[in-house]
Design a protein around this ligand. Structure first.
Ligand code: HEM
Length: 119
């Protein structure tokens, strides 16, 4: 079964990503970033949901920018990257995603680190 299916397909992933964005807005380590963005929180939920869906083996509706273009010039620190991972793991646990799936998600997210964190 694909990771997409094991995360509860599109509905399950949209619930997870909704919690991720809510966690970012409530997390003082990163909340200023998400209160001053071009997208609205709802638009970010849709776009990040689409990104996650295609990245885990689901249908491809992602129309956003690639990760380098999205985060370029934001000067994102290693601590902020960790805070975002914490928020995502908390959302996975809240949605009762298993340990193995959490590790697979973490592995995928880590693969984007060099495109997101300021070098
Ligand atoms: C592996 C980790 C991450 C992934 C997969 C990711 C993914 C995404 C995606 C898919 C978008 C939407 C892009 C679009 O629609 O064009 C986005 C936007 C955004 N991301 Fe990330 N992101 C990550 C880490 C971070 C971190 C660490 C920060 C800063 C703390 C951050 C801040 C933002 C902001 C502020 C936006 C909105 C940009 C705007 O519209 O102004 N992201 N991200």
């Amino acid at each position: 079964m694909s990771l997409y299916e094991r995360l509860g397909a599109s509905e399950g992933i949209r619930n997870i990503i909704s919690d991720v964005v809510d966690n970012h807005l409530a997390n003082p380590a990163v909340s200023p970033r998400f209160k001053n963005m071009k997208l609205t929180p709802e638009e970010l939920k849709t776009s990040a949901g689409n990104f996650f869906i295609v990245g885990t083996g689901g249908p491809d509706d992602y129309q956003g920018k690639d990760m380098l273009a999205t985060h370029k010039g934001m000067n994102i620190s290693a601590n902020e990257f960790m805070a975002v991972l914490d928020d995502i793991l908390a959302a996975l646990s809240k949605n009762e995603v298993g340990q193995r799936e959490q590790e697979e998600v973490l592995f995928i997210l880590y693969s984007f680190r060099s495109e997101i964190v300021l070098q």
